[in-house]
Design a protein around this ligand. Structure first.
Ligand SMILES: Nc1ncnc2c1ncn2[C@@H]1O[C@H](COP(=O)(O)OP(=O)(O)OP(=O)(O)O)[C@@H](O)[C@H]1O
Length: 257
């Protein structure tokens, strides 16, 4: 077991409001971890801090980059630097070039990632290897059959899968999935859950998921961390966390189920 992401007393204030309240957490590479919590619990803010979109008011963020053994301090890193260091995020909001095909979208993401890496090995990498990587990503995400389809004609579920492919194009160590099943019909939910499982088994990347659908959370998580009012309320196996009365109370006391 290796820690791939760590926060120490991470804090974010918006004026008087503490959206993330001294959160210390270690994410291990051998588990799918879900971060859940009622509306307003601080999940999005926490993700925005991890990805460098927001700067913390206090505390620090550490990421295992590439195959380094040491964690790197990314507390003050810009979003592109965090991505380069190996943390990828799929967004709730569709984040793809609608006019391009599926393969072209993956190619743009892959090439822009190659362009940001300055080590000798990646400069030596030729077009053929990039194309092979693209085909591998399409295969892994089950998108090969629709690789030449323009994205503006895809279903919602297919677009969400393209977002996952784009996030994988940067070869993440840690993959933050922001509500992967949002807006999906039951068939699409089943498909995306099996895709997440397959990717977790096939790739070295560590998956961290925020999700409102509790069936999905229970289904895919090895570990659940519950945030409430910005702080960690519970942390453990799905069985333990969902049996925790404090968790039920936190959900009942909010607008969300
Ligand atoms: N830019 C901001 N300025 C001021 N307050 C903010 C800002 N962003 C979030 N907040 C507040 O911080 C708290 C945490 O919000 P956040 O969106 O992180 O919660 P969440 O758990 O993602 O909620 P949801 O599940 O509803 O998306 C909320 O009270 C919210 O109103």
């Amino acid at each position: 077991m290796t820690t791939v992401l760590k926060t120490d007393d991470l804090r974010k204030q918006f004026g008087e409001l503490t959206a993330v309240d001294n959160v210390s957490i270690e994410i291990d590479d051998d588990k799918i971890t879900s971060i859940i919590g009622p509306n307003g619990a601080g999940k999005t803010t926490f993700y925005n801090l991890l990805t460098g979109v927001l700067q913390p008011t206090g505390g620090s963020i550490w990421l295992r980059s590439g195959d380094q053994n040491e964690l790197t301090d990314v507390t003050d890193a810009e979003p592109h630097e965090v991505a380069q260091a190996g943390l990828s995020r799929s967004y709730q909001i569709t984040n793809i070039f609608e006019g391009l095909t599926v393969r072209e979208n993956v190619r743009v993401a892959r090439i822009s990632h190659e362009g940001t890496r300055l080590d000798f090995r990646s400069r030596a990498t030729g077009d053929e290897s990039v194309e092979a990587d693209i085909e591998e990503i399409l295969e892994l995400t089950g998108l090969t059959d629709i690789a030449d389809t323009p994205c503006d004609t895809l279903s919602h579920g297919e677009k969400r899968t393209v977002e996952i492919a784009l996030a994988l194009a940067i070869e993440p160590n840690v993959f933050l999935m922001d509500e992967p099943t949002a807006g999906m019909n039951p068939t699409e939910v089943t498909e995306i859950v099996s895709l997440i499982r397959e990717l977790d088994a096939d790739l070295d990347a560590t998956f961290v998921v925020t999700e409102h659908n509790m069936d999905v959370v229970t289904d895919i998580s090895d570990r659940i961390v519950v945030l409430a009012e910005g702080a960690i309320l519970a942390d453990g196996t799905p069985q333990d966390v969902l049996a925790d009365e404090r968790v039920t109370e936190a959900y009942l006391g909010s607008d969300s189920v």
